[in-house]
Design a protein around this ligand. Structure first.
Ligand code: SAM
Ligand code: SF4
Length: 327
């Protein structure tokens, strides 16, 4: 079992498989993209499998595959097939923009990978295309509906962006009336590769909840697991649920159970911290298992207690883009 220096059990890894993406969401990266990593700087699939085996042997039992866009990696399904056979790994989930997932839906189901987070920040086509700077609305919407109707556990991630999509908060919520889906509203964080800078946000989780309450005064709170980053709610009579994720307010740090590894091998113990160590060269040298385990233990043993503490220490951390961190 991995336990950090604040006595928190770490059993959840967010594993980024690429920093590349076929969208250019304006809250995530600049229009021209970022300086994407060269292929030889990314873990190969064999390395990702090996790394997963090692961390699972240390007590990680949940892995979320993220990116960049995971499905831009043509070999992603090779990784998912291996992970689905890994003893001790109880939960594999994927965070995706849903542009490229279509051809893989049947196989994901066969592999038992049912937890899919779809990032969709607008239900209005023009707003969606303005935010993502691409015209993939139909494929994203259709894949999202297909995933829901085929029985996947779908959570839609919607970042509330001042001046951009807040008119879509309530229309997006309507999906939960008809479908068994969870719409989760996230606060925007300043990890956008320099697209803009900010110290505060208007649409924090309280404002989002007040906005929803103005239309649905009878929503009620649901029990959530202690380590959940979202507070979850239901509107009476609606099939689905909704949630808010205070990613910028950071009310959930106290029970954080997660570790991040970027596509280039950086170990990140808090979103608001700098990488503790890079594992890529260690993965390509001798005594891989022993050395990776040692570095993971060291990183987990020196985590910031909260995102605020980390931010205080690493002042220029906001120069990063989410596409290289993995969300
Ligand atoms: N491409 C995939 C996607 O968009 O779902 C996976 C990678 S993306 C970096 C992972 C998550 O990070 C997404 O849910 C996205 O909305 C979120 N994200 C990206 N930039 C963000 C920001 N500045 N603030 C808050 N969340 C952000
Ligand atoms: Fe790509 Fe996801 Fe970033 Fe959007 S949020 S640009 S889909 S990595």
């Amino acid at each position: 079992m991995l336990v950090d220096n604040h006595n928190r059990e770490i059993n959840y890894l967010r594993l980024a498989v690429t920093d590349r993406c076929n969208l250019r969401c304006n809250y995530c990266m600049p229009e021209e993209g970022i300086n994407f990593a060269k292929n030889d700087k990314l873990f190969t699939i064999d390395e990702l499998v090996k790394l997963s085996e090692i961390v699972v042997s240390q007590g990680i039992d949940k892995i979320r595959i993220t990116g960049g866009e995971p499905f831009v990696r043509k070999d992603l399904m090779v990784l998912l097939r291996s992970l689905s056979k890994l003893d001790g790994l109880n939960d594999i989930s994927v965070t995706t923009n849903a542009t490229l997932i279509g051809p893989h839906i049947d196989e994901l189901k066969e592999l038992g990978i049912k937890n899919i987070n779809v990032s969709m920040d607008a239900i209005n086509r023009e707003t969606f295309e303005r935010i993502t700077r691409r015209d993939h609305y139909d494929v994203v919407y259709n894949n999202m509906i297909r995933l829901i109707t085929e029985g996947f556990n779908v959570r839609i991630n919607f970042i509330a962006l001042e001046g951009q999509n807040t008119d879509d908060i309530l229309p997006m919520l309507e999906l939960t009336k008809h479908y068994n889906v969870s719409v989760r509203y996230l606060e925007e964080m300043p990890f956008n590769g320099g697209s803009k800078e900010f110290q505060t946000i208007k649409w924090d989780f309280k404002t989002i909840l007040e906005h929803i309450r103005s239309e649905h005064p009878d929503y009620y709170k649901l029990e959530s697991p202690k380590t959940s980053t979202s507070m979850n709610y239901k509107i009476p009579g609606f099939k689905g649920t909704f949630g808010v994720i205070p990613s910028f307010s950071r009310t959930f740090c106290g029970s954080c159970n997660r570790l991040r590894i970027s596509a280039t091998g950086d170990v990140i113990t808090c979103l608001y911290a700098k990488a503790s160590v890079n594992l890529r060269d260690i993965m390509r040298a001798d005594d891989v298992e022993e050395n990776i385990k040692k570095e993971i233990l060291k990183a987990v043993g020196s985590r910031a207690k909260t995102g605020f503490e980390a931010q205080e220490k690493y002042k220029d951390v906001f120069s990063n883009s989410m596409t290289s961190i993995g969300g």
